[in-house]
Ligand binder design. Structure first.
Ligand code: GRF
Length: 201
């Protein structure tokens, strides 16, 4: 039986698409449903184009609504792929160790409240660090602080703008997230990837 995934999205859904492409025809895992806090999220349209159930929450803060929807789709693993709201505490309790998030920087640096989208890349550039990347981690009650499962590194280059850096990190995200999900499907639960991925030279 393939592992059943729910993917939560707030925006365009490029990580969702990368995941769907990587899982195409896979016996290991499949996306059962896509949830969003926004009925107008482009990612919901992407999901429908793939013939996948796409469900905006009536109330994204309502843990009971989440649990009802998760149960209806018999979800094994929740993947936050550009989901910008807090997951209700009841859901974290019910799915502890079975919720992963992708963050566009090398946690534990450049995470926490307010660190999303271009804010992350602006902070990275301002700090002067030589590299950034993507992190996939388990989700617990604290934003961006759960156990790190895998990271992919990319260089920060002279002359980088937040947009240029974001695009480089996004490519790394698209490689990293499917690998973590496929490894989770093999193992039956999310586990750390043994190797840290580097970007191709
Ligand atoms: C990604 O950079 C992700 O790391 C962040 O939000 C962005 C979502 O992009 N949390 P997309 O919706 O997957 O294109």
């Amino acid at each position: 039986m393939p592992m059943k995934l729910a993917v939560c999205v707030s925006g365009r859904g490029s990580n969702l698409t990368a995941l769907l492409e990587a899982l195409r025809g896979s016996p290991l895992a499949r996306v059962e449903v896509v949830f969003s806090n926004r009925a107008d999220a482009v990612a919901l349209t992407r999901a429908r184009e793939w013939g996948i159930a796409a469900e905006p929450f009536t109330s994204f803060r309502d843990g009971a609504e989440w649990l009802t929807r998760l149960k209806a789709h018999q979800v094994d693993l929740i993947v936050l792929a550009g989901y910008l709201k807090l997951v209700p505490a009841e859901v974290i309790q019910a799915y502890r160790g079975r919720i992963v998030n992708i963050h566009p920087a090398l946690l534990p640096a450049f995470g926490g409240p307010g660190m999303y989208g271009h804010h992350v890349h602006e902070a990275v550039l301002k700090s002067g660090v030589g590299e950034s990347g993507a992190t996939v981690h388990l989700v617990d009650e604290v934003y961006d602080r759960g156990t790190i499962l895998a990271q992919a590194r990319v260089p920060v280059r002279a002359g980088d703008t937040p947009d240029l850096l974001a695009a480089r990190v996004l490519e790394a995200e698209h490689r990293l997230l499917p690998q973590v999900v496929l490894r989770a499907a093999e193992a039956g639960r999310p586990v750390p990837l043994t190797e840290t991925l580097s970007s191709p030279a």
